[in-house]
Design a protein around this ligand. Structure first.
Ligand code: NAD
Ligand code: USQ
Length: 407
């Protein structure tokens, strides 16, 4: 087998919704690399938002057409592409399902940046409309098609919230609770973990969860919801095979996520932008592991009638301030504690149960394995493409934060 990849014995047909994005593209490439029949569905809205925000991926990315051509030219199992807005083209989505009869759909197609979702009423409304409609259209279309399609959805660790969990371990989606009765008796129940979103974007993911719960209960739609942490890194072994396959690297104040931003900032000698004290603890996962987890989820679908499977898709937790210190120690960068544009807890604990993926064989890439390599190979190579004016986060959660960051 080329490049040492292992092909699955059964070829499955997979639609990858949002397959031109940061997580979706390497995931689609990986599935094609396993020999699966991959059809990418994307409305290219992420590329259009870059144009609106006047920013570009730090890495130069080619068009979706060139990406697919390059993949075929280097001998990859060809992938197809359909330009479609899943939130607003219901009939086309239904027709596509009926025509293609996929075994599975991986759903990445949402507006995923918390700061962008908090930028203005327009971006709040866009995020809710796009994400909730997109997910609902998919579920309604699956039911209308009468096909038994497994949905793998990319959710977020942020549905659990980042307040204090008082040292408790966050379970994989469901929480066992004891309900006290007036007569003093108690009964036990397993419920969806209470939602506590920290942005309009995160709120849409909590709404997605209810849509899944309902369609699973009412129509037995088979669903795996992956509660993913912050993804860092850029390429996978497969997207590294040709420069035209390179993945995007967002570093700007709206779409850049914290660790990749710190790595890029270190590469250009910009003081690391820690919001507040840096006491916020978050969950992280490398893009290589994210891709592998999606594959594992596809290979281990729930059976008909099983409740929604929820996996915590993360490999390690870190405090933002500690991460900055780690990157600074490796690179000699300065750390800058800035007023926080977000309305979030100054400090929180985060202990996460991620047994499901570990038991399925995930062998995590830790920060210590890949961090320096990432700084040197990507951020430094493309440092001259960075627009320093786009680094600071300017989307404020409320007027209070807007005032604080403007002074
Ligand atoms: P991204 O913005 O890079 O990719 C999303 C893709 O979906 C884009 O290509 C976009 O054009 C497409 N899209 C959006 N709305 C669409 C619509 N209505 N119809 C068709 N296509 C549409 O984001 P990403 O970082 O790849 O994230 C993918 C998913 O993973 C998101 O749902 C996100 O919430 C989740 N996630 C991401 C991270 C992370 O750190 N990047 C972490 C946890 C979860
Ligand atoms: N932060 C800084 N400095 C920065 C950028 C961010 O201190 O320059 C802080 C933020 O204030 C926040 C934390 O770092 O406390 C994480 O911010 P982020 O932008 O890296 O991550 P977030 O907004 O939570 O969103 C990202 C993805 C989203 C995904 C989520 C997973 O954009 O799609 O759902 O990570 S999670 O965080 O687990 O909810």
């Amino acid at each position: 087998m080329e490049h040492g990849s292992v092909r699955q014995e059964t070829v499955v047909k997979v639609l990858v919704l949002g397959g031109d994005g940061f997580c979706g593209w390497p995931c689609a490439v990986n599935l094609a690399d396993q020999g699966h029949d991959v059809l990418i569905v994307d409305n290219l809205s992420r590329r259009k938002i870059d144009i609106d925000l006047e920013v570009e991926s730090l890495t130069p990315i080619t068009s979706i057409g060139d990406r697919l051509k390059a993949w075929s030219e280097i001998g990859g199992t060809p992938m197809r592409f359909v330009h479609m807005d899943i939130a607003h083209e219901y009939q086309r989505l239904l027709d596509l399902l009926l025509e293609e009869k996929p075994d599975s759909v991986v759903h990445f197609a949402e507006q995923r940046a918390a700061p962008y979702s908090m930028k203005s009423s327009a971006t709040k409304r866009y995020t809710v409309d796009n994400n909730v409609n997109g997910t609902h259209n998919l579920l309604a279309a699956i039911v209308e098609s009468t096909l038994d399609i497994h949905v793998v959805h990319l959710g977020t660790m942020g549905v659990y919230g980042y307040g204090s969990h008082r040292g408790a371990t966050i379970p994989e989606g469901y929480l066992k609770v004891e309900v006290p009765q007036p007569d003093g008796s108690r009964f036990e129940e397993e419920i969806l973990h209470p939602a506590s979103p920290g942005s309009v974007y995160h709120m849409t993911k909590t709404l997605d969860q209810l849509l899944f719960l309902y369609y699973n209960k009412n129509d037995q739609v088979r669903i795996t919801d992956l509660h993913q942490g912050i993804v860092w890194g850029t390429n996978t072994e497969a997207t590294d095979r040709d420069p035209r396959l390179t993945n995007r690297f967002d570093y700007d104040g709206d779409y850049g996520t914290v660790l990749n931003r710190f790595l890029m900032q270190a590469a250009i000698g910009y003081p690391l932008t820690v919001h507040g004290t840096g006491g916020q603890t978050r969950a992280f996962i490398h893009i290589r592991d994210s891709v592998r987890c999606v594959q594992l989820a596809l290979e281990n679908p729930p059976v008909k009638g099983e409740r929604v499977k929820i996996f915590n898709q993360m490999t390690e937790s870190h405090q933002v301030g500690e991460l900055a210190k780690k990157v600074a120690a490796l690179t000699g960068s300065k750390v800058n504690n800035l007023p926080n544009p977000r309305n979030e807890a100054v400090e929180n604990d985060l202990i996460v149960d991620n047994r499901c993926f570990i038991e399925l064989g995930l062998n995590p890439t830790t920060l210590d394995d890949g961090l320096l390599k990432e700084v040197v190979e990507i951020a430094t190579r493309y440092a001259d493409r960075c627009d320093r004016n786009r680094i600071l986060c300017t989307s404020a959660w409320t007027k209070t934060q807007a005032q604080a960051i403007s002074t």
